[in-house]
Design a protein around this ligand. Structure first.
Ligand code: TYM
Length: 335
């Protein structure tokens, strides 16, 4: 198969939510036919913040079952757990030796997370983007779909690829493929905002659950969260990120869920207040998530089948990853 390679990961921390779904998972589903896809559940990344072991285990299965319920096909795509493929950690160490502290000091996510987890600013949190670069470069990935918040990490990844290639690649023996990020524009899901504060992004690990619609939220909860979400002053429904960030966010979600364009939606709510949009959005979300939730419930009840998928995925990923790692070892002088 000569399809280009696509890789994208999610941390099984928190619960999968509509920001992850609209920002990346839904895009992955449509890209599965044109790319050789790899979807690691990045549990090594997740432990940069302290996790409850039982919950982490439970969530890893939950994420996998949700991936499949959302439309990822484990027969077409390689779905695996990052810690099952030791090459990620091995390559990450090597890349650490090519990363400057100045580069990591500039990472805004590290600064944000250090503030949030002030009592546990560990070395893993600091070198987190290096492990992410290892995930991507190990598989010679062509395309990496991510939300807007990962842009800086992707830039570092490209710099590392360039640095290693400059040092070791030759024309006869290229080393690392330069990956391209794919970041959807905001209106296409690249940055879904928090419901109670539409100036910050929605986050699956938010301690205030009112900010987030999780994929497994029941209808009543969805209805309540949307009803109570923060909107803006005025009452007219228009798309304006600056003056009406709350309504802009709801319009974006509504548009992506119903596949209508934002202008059409705005048109259809002329003369109607925010309440109408909220009711319709809640309804659309509930109906959209219903079949997905039903499918997930079936899938999660068959752990043996989920384990089979992960074993297959890890084996396929290990084979590919080892090829890159062998070349790297040879280039840097390991015997
Ligand atoms: P994580 O687990 O925080 O999020 C997973 C993916 O969801 C996107 N995302 C969003 N998109 C739109 N709106 C939002 N509110 C929103 N919140 C999250 C993220 O941008 C991400 O694409 N470092 C990554 C995981 C990772 C990775 C990789 C990604 C590890 N290795 C290799 C791609 C390639 C992360 O923390 O994602």
């Amino acid at each position: 198969m000569n399809n280009p390679t696509l890789l994208s990961g999610i941390q099984p921390s928190g619960k999968l939510m509509i920001g992850n779904y609209l920002g990346v998972v839904k895009q992955w589903v449509t890209m599965q036919d044109e790319y050789n896809c790899l979807f690691p559940l990045v549990d090594l990344h997740a432990i940069t913040v302290r996790q409850d072991p039982k919950l982490l285990r439970q969530r890893s299965y939950e994420f996998l079952s949700l991936y499949i319920a959302c439309g990822l096909n484990p027969k077409k795509s390689t779905i695996f757990v990052q810690s099952h493929v030791p090459q990620h950690a091995q390559f990450s160490w090597i890349l650490n030796c090519f990363t400057y502290m100045g580069e990591l000091n500039r990472m805004t996510q590290f600064k944000d997370k250090s503030q949030k987890h002030a009592s546990n600013i560990n070395a893993g949190l600091y070198s987190y983007p290096v492990l992410m670069a290892a995930d991507i470069l190990l598989y010679q990935s062509d395309l990496v779909p991510v939300g807007e918040d990962q842009k800086q990490h992707l830039e570092l990844c490209r710099n590392l690829a360039q640095r290693l290639n400059h040092e070791y690649a030759t024309e006869e023996k290229p080393l690392l493929k330069m990956p391209d990020p794919y970041i959807p524009p905001k209106t296409s899901g690249g940055r879904i905002m928090a419901l109670q504060d539409p100036t910050v992004k929605m986050s699956k690990s938010d301690t205030n659950e009112q900010n987030v619609i999780f994929l497994l939220d029941d209808p009543k909860t969805i209805e309540k969260k949307i009803k109570r979400c923060v909107t803006d002053s005025g009452s007219e429904i228009t798309y304006d990120e600056k003056t009406k960030p709350g309504i802009a966010n709801l319009l974006t979600i509504y548009s992506l869920i119903t596949q209508q364009n934002i202008d059409e939606i705005v048109q259809s709510y002329q003369g109607k207040g925010y309440g109408y949009l909220k009711v319709d959005l809640a309804e659309a979300l509930i109906e959209h998530l219903r079949p997905l939730q039903e499918k997930q419930k079936q899938l999660i009840s068959d752990k043996a089948e989920l384990d089979k998928i992960l074993t297959r995925g890890a084996k396929a990923a290990q084979e590919l990853a080892q090829k890159t790692l062998d070349t790297i070892h040879q280039k840097i002088g390991f015997i």
